[in-house]
Ligand binder design. Structure first.
Ligand code: GLU
Length: 472
């Protein structure tokens, strides 16, 4: 069988983590079986669908590099096809016009609630004869769900699912204005596009028996289904905005690499032994729907951070740089005015978990600052630091060898001459030149900041100390 999967988001918001995971699983399954992956935008809800949201979905998919082989298809382009098949079902007696008024349906629901019956349409118009019908009157079209028997399917994640037809009512497939409804459009497209495997969130599992009945009524091949359990936040509640970033692009904005997000998403509900790190090729090779957990998975930000740092450390610097560029632009880092930022990657990879942190943490290599971090200054730019800073400045100004190793020895010589521990020179100097207390190795830091800036920043720190002395 040729495997064809699809991702079918409704463009009513951004691409969220749950959707991205469903897309990833569908994509992996197609790749694993040398099949194809379809992107279908389910935009029939004209009121809730927006252009921005379509774009957000396309951007999210592109950022994750989940390329589709076919599409994107838009359901709004298929209205004629849906109409044609609705008409066909009506002509074949597999669907019917329903003239029930809203009042009648409201009363029906109330009665059913009061007598604790199953809520659903009672089939009032199911058997109206032609004489009893006047298609010029407002009506909807309902699918004639079988009355007997049951729908049984083998969900590739959840196992066998069986639902009695007596529990399914006659679903509306076309509204009064003639527009088709979600369950019908999905069925038409899944069969027209010859989707072999429908992999989607388990919020759709209750729709599946109805969809299977409709596919059968259309005389089409029923695909295989796999319903992926939902994602919960760290607190066990369904993942939502309350838990922080839920849109995929927000992860980019927060400084995550797409490689880390994909790796994180694949593990969110799927495992292969106790392996945590998977390249995309490994995911394709090892992913299988039968290894997807049946239980919901819980989001874990620490793990995502860990993976992100892993990828910052291990991906080629060019690749990290490609993604760093977004943050460089966002934070207007003047990278032309300092060391080659690519050279900073191995050093910074040990110190930061996100690319956003990275760009914030290297700002002092490119931009001067007016203020010192208050805590670091309080601790290290004290009057006792004046002498070590002055001597270090003198030595640094005299040297012609501005390389990390030599700069490091200058700092130790300063400490030795003043009979101080290294920290008593190193820390004030670090705060003086970086504005705060954290940086890579001091020799490297000094080298990268450059002589002119180092000297003027030491002056700035000495002024700060003088001011402090004057105020005390
Ligand atoms: N458009 C539906 C949604 O975004 C998904 C439909 C499906 O996967 O069958 O929830």
């Amino acid at each position: 069988m040729t495997v064809k999967t699809r991702f079918a988001p409704s463009p009513t918001g951004y691409l969220h983590v749950g959707g991205a995971r469903t897309a990833l699983y569908s994509w992996l399954y197609a790749k694993k079986h040398q099949g194809s992956f379809v992107l279908r935008i389910e935009d029939t809800d004209r009121e809730r669908s927006t252009e921005e949201s379509v774009q957000a979905i396309l951007d999210g998919m592109q950022w994750l590099d989940l390329q589709h082989d076919e599409g994107p298809f838009y359901q709004t382009h298929h209205f004629d096809r849906y109409k044609e098949l609705i008409q066909q079902l009506v002509e074949q007696g597999k669907a019917y016009r329903c003239y029930c008024s809203k009042e009648r349906l409201d009363d029906l629901r109330e009665q059913q609630q009061a007598s604790k019956q199953r809520i659903g349409y009672d089939g009032h118009c199911r058997n109206l004869s032609c004489d009893e019908q006047d298609s010029s009157q407002p009506h909807v079209i309902r699918f004639k769900n079988p009355l007997e028997g049951s729908v049984v399917f083998d969900d590739l994640i959840k196992g066998t699912i069986s639902v009695n037809n007596s529990e399914l009512d006659d679903l509306i497939i076309a509204r009064t204005d003639g527009t088709p409804t979600y369950n019908f459009t999905v069925v038409v497209d899944d069969s027209d596009m010859e989707i072999s495997h429908v992999i989607r969130g388990d919020d759709h599992v209750n729709n599946t028996p109805r969809q299977i009945n409709m596919i059968e009524a259309l005389g089409r091949q029923v695909p295989k289904y796999a319903h992926v359990p939902m994602i919960l936040g760290d607190d066990g509640k369904r993942l939502s905005k309350r838990h922080g970033a839920v849109s995929v692009m927000q992860y980019r904005d927060e400084g995550y690499l797409p490689q880390a997000v994909l790796n994180y998403l694949v593990r969110l509900g799927w495992s292969h032994g106790d392996q945590e790190v998977f390249s995309v090729d490994e995911m394709i090779e090892l992913f299988d729907l039968k290894d997807v957990n049946r239980a919901p998975s819980a989001f874990n930000t620490d793990k995502l951070n860990w993976l992100n740092q892993h990828y910052i450390k291990s991906l080629p610097a060019e690749e990290v740089l490609k993604h760093l560029q977004f943050h460089i632009n966002e934070q207007q880092l003047d990278v032309a005015n300092g060391p080659d930022i690519k050279d900073l990657i191995p050093e910074m990879a040990e110190r930061v978990k996100t690319l956003k942190e990275f760009v914030l943490a290297v700002r002092y290599f490119y931009h001067d600052f007016d203020e010192f971090d208050a805590n670091a200054a309080k601790k290290h730019l004290r009057p006792v630091a004046r002498q070590p800073l002055e001597l270090a400045k003198q030595k640094l100004s005299e040297t012609h060898d501005w390389t990390a190793g030599n700069l490091h020895s200058i700092v130790s010589q300063t400490a030795e001459e003043l009979e101080l521990g290294m920290g008593k020179v190193g820390m004030p100097l670090r705060v003086a030149v970086t504005g705060a207390g954290m940086s890579p190795d001091l020799g490297i830091t000094l080298e990268w900041i450059g002589k002119e800036r180092v000297l003027s920043r030491i002056d700035q720190a000495l002024d700060f100390i003088a001011q402090r002395e004057a105020n005390s």
